[in-house]
Design a protein around this ligand. Structure first.
Ligand SMILES: *Cc1c(COP(=O)(O)O)cnc(C)c1O
Length: 362
């Protein structure tokens, strides 16, 4: 038995060590995972309540069209309901898009390093991936524009970029969008939008009126704290989004996820509080770096990429022994860095304490 040629060089997604395994292996009582940019404050109590409400209905299939949630999101964004496509996480929207658009001989354009799922899904579909190196953690949009050719189907823009956290401002984004041929899809992956404080961050949804090739990705996994339920969506041109829909599984988002997302949207206070605490946490890490002359990227997400000037594994080992699982930069294209999800104040303090010892050779 043989799988498709395109699958052969690929490895499955490495989710990082599970908390229980680390506890057992290292004999630790408390282990905190700050490796996947999940919300350290959980989710809104409204979402929790909504989950309980639908538990009695688990024997029936969910509404495959997610009508209730669809109407609410459409009203929020002031778009037509038919412009939305819900996925089992925004990861699945990336998969659907690649499945629907890409064949052998086609290509996509992305930054590198960036979120790996663009590349992964494109490769499976047999497409080529044109990767344009970041400059100082930022997308090189001019070079990305130059990389587009007649076989380019999708350009992925990750804003803010994972793993650097840099965001793209309104003017450069708009100039880029204008310059891309109208038959090439421009994906604006806004997984961390709710955390962004940069004043020049683009409001992309109104641009959909003018740019039929723009597709925006949003998720409930990060600031909304619903990562385990797997729900996110794409919003784009109505006819185009409808044409993608046959590539979607019939019941791809669960009733529990739909309901939790629906009620999570009512809790702006929760979101705002998370955003503020996150910003304070980022400042703590930046201050630590400034004090020790260490490089970091200005993050608009809920994570920081810190360069400790030692192999990422050294920092990773040090922190795991202190009960914190972070992401080793070696696997992210930044060999002397670690990516740390911003935790609670106490968690950030403990990590910074440990890192201070590390950089002082203690
Ligand atoms: C986390 C993340 C996603 C995927 O989120 P889902 O849980 O699949 O909705 C998409 N893009 C980026 C950049 C991410 O960091």
């Amino acid at each position: 038995m043989e799988v498709k040629q395109t699958l052969r060089g690929l490895t499955p997604y490495q989710p990082g060590k599970p908390v229980d395994e680390v506890k057992r292996e290292l004999g630790l009582e408390k282990v905190v995972k700050l490796a996947s940019n999940e919300n350290p404050y959980g989710c809104s109590p409204l979402a929790k309540k909504a989950i309980e409400d639908v538990l009695s209905d688990v024997a029936v299939y969910p509404d495959g069209y997610a009508q209730k949630l669809r109407t609410k999101v459409a009203n929020r964004l002031e778009v037509n309901e038919k412009q939305l496509l819900f996925g089992n996480g925004s990861d699945e929207v990336i998969l659907i898009l690649c499945r629907a658009l890409l064949s052998k001989g086609d290509n996509i354009v992305t930054a590198t390093p960036t979120f790996p799922q663009y590349r992964h899904n494109a490769i499976i579909e047999g497409a080529e991936v044109k990767e344009v190196p970041l400059v100082n953690g930022e997308h090189d949009l001019d070079k990305m524009r130059e990389a587009i050719d007649e076989r380019t189907k999708i350009v992925f823009v990750c804003n803010p970029n994972n793993p650097t956290g840099n965001s793209i401002g309104e003017k450069p984004f708009l100039d880029f969008l204008k310059s891309v041929p109208e038959d090439v899809v421009v994906v604006s992956d806004e997984a961390y939008k709710e955390y962004v404080t940069a004043e020049d961050y683009p409001e992309t949804v109104p641009l959909l009126k003018e740019y039929s090739n723009l597709l925006i990705l949003r998720t409930f996994s990060k600031a909304y704290g619903l990562a385990s339920l797997r729900i996110g969506y794409g919003v784009g041109n109505e006819a185009f989004m409808q044409s993608l829909d046959p590539a979607r599984e019939p019941f791809n988002t669960s009733a529990i996820a739909q309901s939790a997302a629906y009620y999570a949207l009512d809790d702006d206070d929760f979101l705002l509080e998370c955003k503020q605490k996150n910003r304070e946490g980022i400042r703590m890490f930046e201050q630590f770096c400034d004090e020790h002359n260490l490089h970091y990227y200005p993050s608009q997400g809920n994570f920081v990429l810190l360069d400790l000037n030692v192999s990422g594994s050294v920092t990773f080992d040090r922190l795991i022994r202190a009960g914190y699982i972070v992401r080793n930069g070696e696997a992210l294209g930044f060999p002397t860095s670690v990516r740390i999800t911003v935790g609670s104040k106490e968690q950030n303090e403990e990590i910074i304490n440990e890192l201070t010892k590390l950089v002082s050779g203690r």
